[in-house]
Design a protein around this ligand. Structure first.
Ligand code: WT7
Length: 651
């Protein structure tokens, strides 16, 4: 093993004490942690901490908060006087960047690696210590300030997976600006919609990005989007691929040229923020209409991401952490950028995907950098499984000590492959259930918790979950129902940006006092939770969250389309694939060519991840008498299942 045992533990000195609170025998297929995993775990007694956090979740979170540095202490841990507008660590002064960077500069971590980066083609490598990170973030912060961005202003970040995206996020946070990262795989409609809604003054982008050897024209997409977005005064362009791009004088600025100017030089004080000040907004798809911007804060979000990563992945100083998510999704925000740096960890950022140029790309990186903690999505595992074991078997994966998964339910087959082939039947698989809205892990094991393939086990410390029926009454064990959360938590969303009403309606109205997740789930008699899927019109395509409404509006923007409906159907690799039903305008004729054109139209407007599997032409869509498309009925029909209650269906 590459891992040195912490000095405080030895095999003999830490017998596994299960006797006192030994759980009753668990039902079903259970994978218990090995003696070695327990011996190495920082937290050995899950039950004990769970019991005390359950008794007083405020005290649990306060103790966690005290492990970080604050400029000024809180008056109250939790202010719930205006719920559901909860406030955490009220009155406290802080900046998340102080804890991600500044704090470490006073210790030996100053010279520790914060970030390791490798290019898609594997020919370029860069590393940054915490000291170097501070230098780069400071330079970017100075430049952003010089562009006229002030505390509280919005900055949109639209980039590929390069170190500068991390600098950009942290630079915004450092000066108190609010970042809004848009996934670099989205296209014009998605980007323009998000810039328009947020009224950003500045966009930070790249000339392009690499995807499987091809160039994605990021700057071109920004140019097209900005035709609709007059709020944007400046665009900073990082040179990454060297393609021909348009530079609009006065508006667009090459980053490498800005770095040469005096404005980039000098110190930049980390802005003193209130704990409740907004750190970022992140757009995510909801049940209806346009994506909504979820609001996260400097104080609570910091405590939540720090603490969850510490306990759940047991991050230690000698670890090398790799979260394969894109920084454009919440997983990238919480566990690629903020969580690891709050823990002073070394993170790996990879520009490419798992299978380019060959399906061993990820396994090669694990070996090359000695990755110890690896966190990815079921869709990636299923995709890599398809290529067979010979690819991972070519590589020495013995540095790994914990594996993780997130984004959608993991099917037991993929779980077992991951466990056996990657984890050599020794490493726990940490299945973390959470959401853009929750900011941090909510239902998850820690390394010492016995696992059942496909279950995220039990709620994180201080949280209580419940499965309820339509009326909000808890259902019996092993019965499907709506998953709700009972306690507030520091990393929770504070609201939907500029839409408090929708925040209340969406998350807190169905079951007053409880947070509605939008997921259905079951709890078994051991208290283990099993997520089934979304109960709203949110799709999970390759773990990416998309709304049926967005796909439909992209389709309807095509001149041949009168009406459209989108649904998700099971897909072997992607989890869900997008299937669409289209009513053409009068005079338009259905054909395979038109279907193909429509699929391409959605990909061009929203991004390739939204390309439908199928476009089916129909004469009519099932609707309620009030005119709402009944996607549930379309879904049942497509799968040959009973249509359920169709009493509201129009004639
Ligand atoms: C939805 C949230 C925050 C992580 C990335 C996704 C589904 C997420 C799991 C899991 C089963 C999961 C849920 C949830 N989901 N993790 N471990 N097991 N389902 O964040 O894009 O906001 O999506 O992803 O349906 O509601 P997101």
């Amino acid at each position: 093993m590459a891992i040195k045992k912490p000095k405080t533990t030895s095999k003999k000195a830490t017998p596994v004490k299960r006797a006192a609170n030994k759980p009753k025998k668990l039902s079903g297929e259970v994978f218990y942690p090995s003696k070695q995993v327990i011996a190495e775990a920082r937290l050995k007694d899950w039950d004990k901490l769970n019991r005390s956090a359950k008794k007083d979740f405020r005290a649990f979170w306060e103790a966690e908060a005290k492990e970080l540095e604050w400029y000024g202490k809180w008056k109250k841990v939790l202010d719930d006087s205006k719920k559901p507008f909860f406030k955490w660590f009220t009155g406290a002064k802080v900046n998340i960047v102080h804890n991600c960077i500044d704090r470490h500069l006073k210790t030996y971590r100053k010279n520790k690696l914060a970030l390791i980066w490798e290019s898609e083609d594997g020919k370029e490598h860069r590393t940054y210590s915490y000291y170097a990170m501070n230098r780069e973030v400071t330079r970017m912060a100075n430049i952003i300030k010089a562009m006229g961005v002030k505390r509280g202003d919005l900055v949109t970040i639209y980039m590929g997976r390069v170190p500068e995206i991390v600098f950009a996020m942290l630079a915004c946070a450092k000066i108190g600006a609010i970042h809004s990262v848009v996934f670099g795989g989205f296209s014009v409609d998605s980007l323009a919609g998000r810039i328009e809604d947020s009224q950003s003054k500045l966009v930070i982008t790249c000339d392009g990005s690499f995807q499987n050897g091809k160039i994605v024209q990021l700057k071109q997409i920004v140019d097209d989007s900005l035709k609709r977005c007059p709020s944007v005064e400046n665009v900073i362009v990082i040179k990454r691929v060297g393609n021909e791009i348009n530079i609009e004088t006065g508006r667009d600025h090459w980053y490498h040229e800005l770095l040469e100017q005096p404005i980039a030089e000098g110190k930049c004080e980390t802005e003193v923020m209130d704990a409740e000040d907004t750190l970022y907004i992140l757009y995510t798809s909801g049940s209806t209409g346009k994506p909504k911007a979820i609001v996260h804060t400097h104080g609570g979000y910091m405590v939540g991401t720090y603490s969850t990563l510490k306990y759940v992945f047991d991050v230690r100083d000698d670890d090398r952490w790799w979260c394969t998510a894109d920084p454009g999704w919440v997983t990238g925000h919480s566990y690629l950028v903020y969580g690891p740096m709050l823990n002073g960890a070394t993170s790996f950022l990879f520009e490419g995907g798992p299978a380019y140029p060959e399906p061993n790309r990820w396994w090669q990186c694990i070996e090359r950098y000695g990755i110890t903690l690896f966190y990815t999505a079921p869709t990636a595992i299923r995709g890599l499984m398809r290529f067979g074991e010979s690819w991972p078997d070519k590589h020495d994966l013995s540095s790994l000590r914990l594996l993780g998964t997130v984004g959608e339910p993991i099917n037991p087959e993929a779980w077992k492959w991951y466990y056996r082939v990657i984890g050599k039947s020794k490493l726990p698989i940490i299945d973390t259930w959470w959401q853009t809205e929750t900011g941090a892990f909510m239902i998850t094991p820690t390394p010492v918790v016995p696992l059942k393939p496909g279950s995220g086990t039990r709620p994180f410390f201080g949280q209580e979950a419940e499965i309820v029926d339509e009326q909000g009454k808890p259902v019996a064990d092993d019965t499907e129902g709506y998953l709700v959360l009972k306690n507030p938590w520091p990393a929770m969303l504070r609201t939907i940006y500029k839409d408090d009403e929708r925040y209340v309606k969406q998350y807190w109205s169905k079951y007053p006092g409880k947070y509605t997740t939008g997921d259905s789930a079951k709890r078994d008699k051991d208290g283990y939770y099993w997520i089934i899927g979304r109960v709203d019109d949110v799709l999970k395509v390759s773990g990416h969250r998309l709304g049926t409404a967005e796909v439909e509006s992209a389709l309807v923007s095509h001149p041949a389309v009168a009406e459209a409906a989108a649904i998700g159907l099971p897909h072997d690799i992607k989890g869900q694939g997008i299937h669409t039903f289209v009513m053409l305008r009068a005079g338009k004729v259905a054909s395979p060519e038109v279907a193909e054109e429509l699929r391409q139209h959605v990909a061009t407007h929203m991004g390739p991840i939204a390309r439908p599997e199928e476009v089916k032409f129909v004469d009519k869509l099932p609707k309620t008498r009030s005119g709402k498309i009944m996607r549930r009925v379309l879904k049942a029909r497509a799968q040959g299942l009973p249509e359920g209650d169709i009493s509201t269906l129009e004639e």
